[in-house]
Design a binder for this molecule. Sequence first.
Ligand SMILES: [Zn+2]
Ligand SMILES: [Zn+2]
Length: 293
Amino acid sequence: MEPEIPNVEDAFAVLASSLRLQILQALADETDGISRSFTDLYEAVDTSNTSQFSYHLNELTDRYVQQTEEGYVISDAGRRIIQSMNAGEYTLQPDFEPVTVSTHCPYCGETSAEATYDGQLATVDCLSCEFTLLRYDLRPAHVENRSPLQALKAADRQMRAEYGTALTGVCPRCGGSIDLDVLTGSKVDPATALIVCDCRHCGTTLSAPVEIALLHHPEVVSRYWDEDVNTVTTPIWEMLSHLAKWSVELDESEPLTVVAAENERIRIDVSCEAWAQANLIDSVRLHNCRRTH
Ligand SMILES: [Zn+2]
Ligand SMILES: [Zn+2]
């Protein structure tokens, strides 16, 4: 039987009240998971009308608030709403000053790039050929109490952690199942093999070149660690000078991906089948955009 589809409009309409959001915040502040009594909660919010308070609390109950024998606790859904609200995800825009970073442009060899925020994404663009090297989902919390460079590094780490989780078959945003595709021969960049992670549940899509995915591979991590390079925490714009020396070969008949890094000092065979088996993924599919059939 298909699960019942919740009424999304109702779920959000319930939140359109400052008193209800105050109630959720008061419950979220109770971090040790103890229920708050009706009276305690009433005194924590800004109202002097018991019946009005009771009505609003009742509207939140079940979906965002759970009633226990001792009182009221916030639900997981309620806590996620309050966490996103406190992080400014619905109300704030990041305040980000442009910053210059060291890199290696794979298209022209330039070693400087500028990171700017365009109102939706932070992009790192080559200062010479202006190609966009990287895109980041910069959130208000990334910039808080951080310099522009630290904020960009925070967004880089978050993006890589989320992509790393998606590569194991788990959506980093909702926990749903991931469909994983290896895309080759794209018109945008024929030399690159992209690994695309699609969540079947919430529609999140994360994609990056196969080299970025392999920066977490134990063989790559240990080889670079010997050279004092931490491939997990070094920002991608700095790793680009190393990645420029990698070559990616794709044996599409298997399908098998072979990456020879830095003049074949590291060779890694990535079998799509083994990848799927080692993770929570049904299958890894290889698509060649050049093929017409
Ligand atoms: Zn360039
Ligand atoms: Zn998802």
